[in-house]
Write a protein that binds this ligand. Structure first.
Ligand code: KIV
Ligand code: ZN
Length: 511
């Protein structure tokens, strides 16, 4: 019988460390529920000591998720570990993931600690974490650049102290597949108590090798892979969950293990993460890109029509591509609406929010007759945004765009409850609307990215807009959706302004 490969998703923790990818508590719970429906084994929900917001998010995920293990990250410090233990109290199954750096450069330059002190602190942290839960994971940060003998020493000591998962991170994405696989094999062979723990890997994608390194590790004995939806994560990102899972499923002839994920949930979860974070998925991205199963060339099309296996190694429906079906329409009632939200793992905070979302749904159904799951997700995102006590609110937009004339926009924006109007010209109606909004808000933020995607297909689709702003080195993404893309753009801009002007106070785990 094939071994189980544990899938540990860190979209809500490492994924959130991507500049601009911060998520609210409600958004994290929605993603966590989608991961649970996909049957992800472990969900790393955040870094509870980072801020009150992070603590509450981990707590909310621990409350909402019943079938997956919920994990909280903690540096090897008592207060981090106790905070994580506290946040996870309500979880059906809780894990504390504690870490300390073990590479010479990190120990010397960042921690300013001797190797002996690092071993001592790692052991102490694991013992402390064991006071909260039996399920403790330890990571030697920057293992990919650590010395083998020292890694063996730390790992043996933390397994003795009670760690049951040993995660080997390639923190800076420096390793290459053969070497990384070899490292995992040697650790398992050399460490005398290695059989008391599951070996895991956590690879970053700086050289584009995160998935390859993870898979090489699996071939050499790793039985947990840490990954994120769409490969989101710090810098170039983490190993992409969908690529790891589908590689193992598609190549069962060579992998000695299998996952228990429901892969048909992959595409909808990818869309959800992309719409919440504003990180668009490139069309040629494996598994979840719009072109991943599209055959353009005549020769390919002909081959696929005769026998799909001529050019297709996976079935689009196995990863959820065919799930884009009409779910609700203009005549659907509140009960059907509520039931479909529940099936998507969405619970709104109150009856009032449900009513609000339902009335937005009715407005949308008047404009657009076929309402898909993706439209429902966008509606819920809108409701969550509205509930976020926005300081800046978009009240009204009017644009005038005519052949041969300079486009103009007029807006009404409320700041701290006080409404103000403004008008501006622009190179296009969106540019005009942004200038008019900025004239009221005077944020001084730089626009770094503006992108529009259609949520479903067809010209009546909702446009989903991402706006990325930068100010003083901070980057945020704002989102907005509407069947009118100028209005969607103005909503996204206002959403980003709220985030850049009123940032939460939050610590980074690796600083
Ligand atoms: O990349 C890394 O080393 C991490 C650790 C906290 C596991 O994210
Ligand atoms: Zn990481």
């Amino acid at each position: 019988m094939s071994d189980k490969l544990i899938i540990f998703d860190t979209t809500l923790r490492d994924g959130e460390q991507s500049p601009g990818a911060s998520m609210t508590k409600e958004e994290k719970v929605r993603i966590a529920k989608a991961l649970e429906i996909m049957r992800v084994d472990v969900i790393e929900a955040g870094f509870p000591v980072a801020s009150v917001g992070d603590f509450e998010s981990v707590q909310a995920v621990a409350n909402a998720v019943k079938d997956s293990t919920v994990c909280g990250l903690a540096r090897a410090l008592d207060r981090d570990i106790d905070r994580a233990g506290e946040a996870l109290k309500a979880a059906n199954s809780a894990r504390i993931h504690t870490f300390i750096a073990t590479s010479p450069i990190h120990m010397e330059m960042k921690l300013r600690m001797t190797p002996d002190q690092v071993v001592e602190q790692a052991v102490r942290a694991v013992k402390r974490a064991r006071q909260h839960t039996d399920n403790v994971e330890f990571s030697p940060e920057d293992a990919g650049r650590s010395e083998l003998d020292f890694l063996c020493r730390v790992i043996e000591a933390v397994i003795d102290a009670g760690a049951r998962t040993i995660n080997i991170p390639d923190t800076v994405g420096y390793n290459v597949p053969e070497q990384f696989g070899g490292l995992i094999r040697q650790l398992i062979e050399k460490i005398p108590n290695a059989d008391k723990a599951v070996f895991s890997v956590h690879c970053h994608n700086d050289l584009g090798l995160a998935v390859a390194n993870s898979l090489s590790a699996v071939m050499n004995g790793a039985r947990q892979v840490e990954c994120t939806i769409n490969g989101l994560g710090e810098r170039a990102g983490n190993a992409s969950l969908e690529e790891v899972v589908m590689a193992v499923k598609t190549r069962q002839d060579i992998f000695p293990c299998e996952t228990t994920l429901d892969t048909t949930q992959i595409v909808s979860t990818s869309r959800l993460v992309s719409s919440i974070t504003g990180f668009a998925v490139q069309p040629n991205k494996a598994i979840v890109g719009a072109n991943a199963f599209a055959h353009e060339s005549g020769i390919h099309q002909d081959g696929v029509l005769k026998n799909r296996e001529t050019y297709e190694i996976m079935r689009a429906e196995d990863v959820g591509w065919s799930a884009n079906r009409m779910v609700l329409g203009k005549h659907s009632g509140r009960n059907a609406f509520r039931t479909r939200l529940q099936e998507l793992g969405i619970t709104l905070a109150s009856e009032e929010e449900l009513n609000e979302t339902f009335s937005r749904f009715k407005e949308l159904a008047d404009k657009k007759h076929e309402i898909y799951d993706e439209d429902l997700q966008a509606l819920v995102t809108e409701t969550n945004l509205a509930a976020e006590n926005e300081v800046v609110k978009l009240i009204y937009v009017r644009v005038c765009s005519e052949t041969g004339e300079t486009p103009r926009a007029r807006v009404t924006v409320s700041v701290n409850g006080k409404e103000q109007q403004s008008e501006a010209e622009g190179s296009g109606p969106v540019d005009g609307a942004f200038k008019a909004i900025e004239a009221v808000v005077s944020s001084g933020a730089d626009l770094q990215l503006y992108s529009v995607n259609n949520i479903t297909s067809g010209t009546d689709s909702q446009g989903e807009v991402t706006v990325r702003l930068e100010k003083g080195g901070r980057i945020v993404n704002g989102q907005g959706a509407d069947t009118d893309i100028v209005i969607a753009s103005a909503k996204a801009y206002v959403n980003a302004l709220n985030k850049i002007l009123f940032p939460p106070d939050k610590a980074h785990p690796q600083l």
